[in-house]
Design a protein around this ligand. Structure first.
Ligand code: ES4
Ligand code: ZN
Length: 341
């Protein structure tokens, strides 16, 4: 990795569209919050937590991710978590982020929906006011739970919609994919769309291309989160390319969860070169070993991406963001200026 490529990636303004805020919980904060809240953790040290992050698949990660999230209890906890993410994002020249959050992970433990919203949104508003950091929130339904549970979650959040209208703009679908196809959530997504929410879903991470078709046809999503298995279906590839459907790809996540054995085997460059609107994202950076720039750098290095391709990836992030043309234009202009240097 040359110094100049490293520096070039650092200078690119970026948008992050696939980031689970609970997945930005670093072990140090996990310990601090456990102590603050009197929660006991099954680890003796920060080092032990990190040593446990050796995943074999998505589920082996989700087990630790949900266990770790149990330290998040108060509005201050969610605020601190979100502020720590914003600091890291800004350090990587991320200008805009659309954050996923998983209310069911918290409400099941008795944390009120309003606490989750207030903590995350309070930090995002402070970040906007003090640092000019732009953001939105996307509420994700846990797909291993029932559609009724998703409906109850949407209903519990709706009374907060007006108060958080500047931030909460969409719904998504995450957690264990295989065995929980998009069709399971057809009605709740139809309701969310009727209500005017933007809609996205994880599909084609571990699940087959049929799940990507399902997310498009049944959930009518506007972006596919991951979607890397789409490559197994040439007709789907055509469809994604022709419709300009964005994929929020997460290279270090795919590596840590053994979706690919080696980053050099990742299909991100092939997807991009096939004309798909590919974006780079960090997913759960505290668990997968890197924030935005680490994902860009590792991918650029492993796949020998050109500077033009790196610019295209950064541009796609802003193009695929749920922003107005007026909102995205200054970042696209700045991106062009960096590209022209
Ligand atoms: C997730 Cl990588 C991934 N896939 C599905 N659901 C998730 N929740 C948090 N990270
Ligand atoms: Zn994800």
């Amino acid at each position: 990795m040359t110094h100049s490529l490293h520096d070039f990636i650092r200078r690119l303004p970026k948008a992050e569209l696939h980031l689970h805020i609970e997945g930005s919980l670093e072990p140090e904060m996990m310990f601090a919050l456990a102590q603050r809240n009197g929660v006991s953790l099954p680890y003796a040290s920060v080092g032990e937590v990190r040593a446990a992050y050796n995943f074999t698949d998505l589920q082996s990660f989700l087990d630790l991710y949900y266990a770790g999230a149990a330290v998040l209890q108060t509005e201050q906890d969610f605020h601190d978590l979100t502020m720590a993410y914003v600091r890291r994002a800004l350090a990587d020249n991320v200008r805009h982020a659309e954050l996923f959050f998983d209310p069911q992970t918290h409400t099941v433990r008795g944390v009120p929906m309003a606490t989750v919203f207030a903590g995350i949104a309070g930090a995002l508003r402070q970040a906007r006011a003090e640092q000019g950091f732009s953001s939105r929130m996307i509420l994700c339904f846990l797909r291993h739970l029932s559609e009724d549970d998703a409906f109850a979650t949407l209903e519990a959040a709706l009374p907060l919609r007006a108060e958080y209208a500047d931030l909460w703009i969409g719904v998504g679908l995450d957690s264990g994919e295989v065995g929980n196809p998009p069709e399971k959530f057809a009605r709740v997504f139809a309701r969310a769309r009727e209500l005017g929410f933007r809609v996205v879903a994880h599909a084609g991470e571990e699940g087959p291309p049929a799940y990507v078709h399902g997310a498009l046809d049944v959930l009518q999503v506007e972006r596919i989160d991951h979607g890397v298995r789409s490559e197994e279906d040439p007709a789907l590839m055509q469809r994604l390319a022709q419709s300009g459907m964005p994929l929020t790809v997460c290279p270090l996540s795919n590596l840590k969860l053994c979706v690919v054995k080696d980053l050099r085997e990742h299909n991100l460059a092939r997807l991009l070169r096939a004309g798909l609107c590919v974006t780079i994202n960090s997913d759960d950076p505290a668990y997968f070993g890197g924030y935005m720039n680490a994902n860009f750098l590792a991918t650029a290095d492993a796949l020998e991406l050109s500077r033009e391709e790196l610019v295209e990836l950064a541009r796609n992030g802003f193009t695929a963001a749920f922003l107005t043309e007026e909102e995205r234009r200054p970042w696209l202009d700045e991106l062009q200026a960096v590209a022209a240097e």
